[in-house]
Design a protein around this ligand. Sequence first.
Ligand SMILES: Cc1ncc(COP(=O)(O)O)c(C=O)c1O
Ligand SMILES: N[C@@H](CCCC[NH3+])C(=O)O
Length: 417
Amino acid sequence: MTAHGGDTENPPVRRLSGWDADELVALAGEYGTPLYVMDRDRVRENCARLRGAFPDAEVRYAVKAHTGRAVLEAVRESGLAAECASAGEVERALAAGYDGSEVQYTAVNPPGRDLDHVVDRWRENPELTVTVGAADTVGRLRDRGFDGRLCIRANPGVGAGHHEKVRTGANAKFGVPYDEVADLAASVADEFDFVGLHAHAGSGISGEDLSNHRELVRRMGELAREVESRVGPLEFVDVGGGFGVPYREDEPPLDLESVADATREALGDVSGTLAVEPGRYVVADAGVLLARVNTVKEAADATVVGVDAGMTTLLRPAMYDAYHEIRNLSAENTEEAISATVAGPICESADVLCENRSLANPRRGAYLAVGNAGAYGYEMASTYNSRPRPAEVALDGGKARLVRRRETLTDLTELEQ
Ligand SMILES: Cc1ncc(COP(=O)(O)O)c(C=O)c1O
Ligand SMILES: N[C@@H](CCCC[NH3+])C(=O)O
């Protein structure tokens, strides 16, 4: 056992030092950069750790963190269900072999096209569950003939997460106002197969803001007891995901066992099964992004290191000022450290992966690795500045295969007519 209560075979954190630099350089050479590398073995380890910490709960993977088929298949084989945020994610989950009974669709201001599609899929997979975040959506489902498994997302009035922009719990956009949930549940219980309650505090919850998570779960326990007293037993109470991972080198990993204990204790007695839906925790440290240095220039207070990956490849630093570990794979410890600002090729000042970071002196042609890029990395990539999105390889037992080809300039104009 490690200091964090983890299994030494399956440590709770994998930092960049846990990746083999020579293997990564070989992959960059073979497949080109920018390149996402997803280690499916690590995905399986993360799933196993979650299942170990929450043995009696249903663990649902929040597909939005990484929707690639190779990842979804590994997650499915590891026994996690799938929580999907759109018709497209439902499609991907079913295509990756998920049974409808393991698929939850969480509707957030759902476009009619999404509802049409999901209701069509529900006809073929009647065990699929739809979660509504507004009373309004119930009517739209009814109009489409849906009378299947329905869950209500509550707005619990308490949020958490690594940045204001990812705290959903107290944001009016998400969920039915807490005080209105019980009445809505009573009004839908006869017409639909009303199965559960849902809430999500936000993303990237650390040990420090665990009190908010606990408060959310406590409120959901209370709500579940009220709803059960009015409509009978629920099948599940889903308290969301958001379990954080350490991005900084000195940040300790979340103690998942304590989170699980706190969750169970805060929920109290409910008849439904506890459900959790982590995304980041499953895939973040299973992925690295590889980039190549193309420009080195001296500026007043730092050396600017220009690379071929930027905010269109990994948006998190630009959008949330997120910190990602960066390592010069081509120099390792042989070069003196410099103060580097690593910047991408996009015409935006925000296109910076790190500022004034100590990095082994990167020369033109060097390969850099960016850690914890598996969650919300490829998923948030775009083609802004007409930059094709990167390629992706998956590793199994260290063996690589290309699972997503690099976009081409032709792909960029393909939709135009
Ligand atoms: C409804 C819902 N569930 C689960 C998640 C997964 O969050 P995370 O990747 O932080 O675990 C999110 C994203 O924040 C979400 O919006
Ligand atoms: N995209 C966010 C997480 C938000 C998840 C969606 N609710 C991040 O990279 O941290």
